[in-house]
Design a protein around this ligand. Structure first.
Ligand code: UDX
Length: 454
C-alpha cells in the first residue's frame, strides 16, 4: 500500500484559523506517514499562516486573496464565507493548474475544509478526486443538513419565540432551539443559505470527520445513511499526531512549572480558545467566583479576548492582584500538555470542538461557557449526552461560578463526571489502536484515496 502511495501528492486546503488548521495538519501528518506527499494550499491570513510554514516536510502554496478587505467588513461571517467561496474559485484553479504542471500531474486528491467548498470547481475542472474534511462534530453536520431543508419562514418565526427555546427541533433530538448553532453568523436567512452551500457535497467522494464512533455514533450513522458518500470518523487525530501542530501564539511553558507545584486534580484550567471574546463584567464575576471557590486556577488571557481591556494589567488593581495571587496567568498555554497534567482537575471552556476532544482525551470534566457558532451544541453534548460537565447559561455571576467550580472539583457529582470522562478517554484510546473504529476508518480512507487513482 505504501509503495503505491509513495509519489502521490495530496493537496490540503484548511481554513486558516487555529481550531480548523490544527486537526487538518494532524491529518496531513497521518497521511504523510502512509507515504503521501503533502501540499498545503492556504489563503494568506493573520499570524497562523506564518506558523503553518513550520510543519516539517509539507510544501506550501498560497491561494491569492481576491475578496477586498473593505468588503469583508461590511457583512456578517456567513456572507463573507459565501463571497469568499465565490471569489476564490478562479485563484484556486490557477493554483492547482500550476501544481499539476510542476508535479507532473501527480495529485492523488484534494482534501478541503468543509467551509472551503470553492475547491470543488477546480477538482471538477481537472478531474481530480476530492474529499471533504470537517474539523468539527458529526452532529453539526447533521444539524446543517436539517437547517438547510427547513421552511425558512417558519424557522425564523420559531427562533424569535422565547417559548420555543426549550423545545426540541424536529429531526434533531436531543437538540433544542436554544442549542442550535445560529449565533455569530449574521442574519439567520444568510446562515440557512450558508448551510445549504456547506452540506452540498458536490462531486466529493468522501467526508473525513474529526470525531469518533464512541462520541457520536448516532449522528455518524445518520450521516452515513443520508450522504451518498463515505463517512470516515478519524478522531482523535491529536492522539496519534507526533507534532502539536501550528500555534496561533507562542505557548508559555512556565505554567507547567507552576502546575508541578499544585496538588493532584486541584487546578481548574480556563481557556476560551482562539476566537471567543468575553465582556469585562463577566470576567470580573468569574474572577470573584473563582477566588471564593478557593480552587487554584490556570487562566489563558489571550490578547484581545477581553472586550474593552488590554489584559489582566488593565483590570481594577484588587482583581489583578487577587487573580495573580491565587492563579497563574498566561497568554497562550500548551493546552494538550496542561490538560494531561495530573494537577488539572477541571476545564472551564468555551467548548470549541478541539478543546472538547482534548479534554475528553485526558479524562478531564468541564465547565461549559459557550459563546457562539456550534459551541452551544457542543456544550449540550458535554452536559446532557456524555454527562461530563456543567453548562453555565445566562449571565455569569460570582455565586454561580463558585457553586459550579465546587460542584465540579469537590462534590460527588463532579467525581461522577470525571469517572465518565475517564471512561470516554479509554474508549477514545481504544478507537485509535489496531482494530479500533478510528484505526479501521483511517485504513479504509487511505485505501479509498489510493483506489480513486487506479
Ligand atoms: C473554532 C470553533 O470553536 C471550533 O468548534 C471549530 O471546530 C473550529 O473553530 P476555536 O474557537 O479556536 O475553534 O476552539 P477549539 O476548537 O477549541 O480550538 C482551539 C485550539 O487552540 C485547541 O486545539 C487548543 O489546544 C489550542 N489552544 C487554545 C492552545 O494550544 N493554547 C491555548 O492557550 C488555547
Amino acid at each position: 500500500m505504501e509503495n503505491r502511495a509513495e509519489k502521490r501528492r495530496i493537496v490540503l486546503v484548511p481554513v486558516t484559523a487555529q481550531g480548523h488548521v490544527t486537526p487538518m495538519m494532524q491529518l496531513g501528518e497521518a497521511l504523510q506517514l502512509k507515504g503521501f506527499s503533502i501540499t498545503v494550499a492556504q489563503r494568506q491570513f493573520k499570524q497562523i499562516s506564518s506558523s503553518l510554514q513550520h510543519v516539517p516536510g509539507f510544501d506550501f502554496v498560497t491561494i491569492l486573496e481576491s475578496l477586498p478587505q473593505s468588503e469583508s467588513k461590511k457583512v456578517g461571517p456567513a456572507e463573507i464565507l459565501m463571497k469568499l467561496n465565490k471569489t476564490s474559485e478562479a485563484s484556486f484553479k490557477e493554483c492547482i493548474s500550476q501544481l499539476l504542471l510542476q508535479q507532473g500531474n501527480d495529485i492523488a486528491c484534494i482534501i478541503y475544509d468543509k467551509l472551503m467548498y470553492f475547491c470543488e470547481a477546480a477538482a471538477k475542472e481537472f478531474n481530480l478526486p476530492s474529499v471533504i474534511f470537517s474539523s468539527s462534530s458529526a452532529t453539526i453536520q447533521v444539524c446543517y443538513s436539517v437547517l438547510s431543508k427547513l421552511n425558512a419562514e417558519k424557522f425564523l418565526t420559531d427562533m424569535k419565540d422565547p417559548e420555543m427555546q426549550d423545545k426540541v427541533l424536529e429531526g434533531l433530538h436531543p437538540l433544542r432551539y436554544r442549542d442550535l448553532p445560529t449565533s455569530g453568523f449574521g442574519p439567520l436567512e444568510t446562515l440557512l443559505e450558508m448551510c445549504r452551500e456547506v452540506v452540498n457535497t458536490r462531486t466529493a467522494s468522501a467526508i473525513i470527520i474529526n470525531t469518533a464512533n464512541c462520541l457520536e455514533s448516532s449522528s455518524l450513522s445518520r450521516l452515513q445513511q443520508e450522504l451518498e458518500i463515505s463517512v470516515y470518523p478519524l478522531d482523535p487525530l491529536h492522539i496519534t499526531a507526533s507534532l502539536p501542530g501550528p500555534s496561533l501564539l507562542q505557548e508559555d511553558m512556565s505554567c507547567v512549572g507552576w502546575l508541578n507545584k499544585q496538588k493532584p486534580r486541584s487546578v481548574i484550567y480556563i481557556s476560551l480558545g482562539s476566537k471567543a471574546h468575553m465582556e469585562t463584567k463577566e470576567l470580573l464575576e468569574m474572577a470573584w467566583g473563582l477566588a471564593n471557590s478557593n480552587q487554584p486556577f490556570l487562566w489563558v488571557f489571550r490578547p484581545g479576548s477581553i472586550l474593552g481591556s488590554n489584559g489582566i494589567e488593565s483590570l481594577p488593581e484588587e482583581i489583578s492582584k487577587m487573580v495573580s495571587e491565587r492563579g497563574y496567568i498566561v497568554k497562550w498555554a500548551p493546552q494538550i500538555e496542561v490538560l494531561g497534567h495530573p494537577a488539572v482537575g477541571g476545564f472551564w471552556s468555551h467548548c470549541g470542538w478541539n478543546s472538547i476532544l482534548e479534554s475528553i482525551s485526558e479524562g478531564v470534566p468541564m465547565i461549559c461557557r459557550p459563546f457562539q457558532g456550534e459551541q452551544k451544541l457542543n456544550a449540550m453534548y458535554v452536559e446532557s449526552v456524555w454527562r461530563i460537565g456543567i453548562q453555565v447559561g445566562g449571565e455569569v455571576e460570582r455565586g454561580g461560578v463558585e457553586r459550579d467550580v465546587k460542584r465540579l472539583m469537590m462534590d460527588e457529582e463532579g467525581a461522577d463526571m470525571r469517572e465518565r470522562a475517564l471512561d470516554l478517554k479509554e474508549k477514545l484510546k481504544a478507537s485509535v489502536r489496531s482494530g479500533g473504529s478510528s484505526y479501521n476508518a483511517s485504513t479504509s480512507c487511505i485505501i479509498r484515496i489510493i483506489r480513486m487513482n487506479t
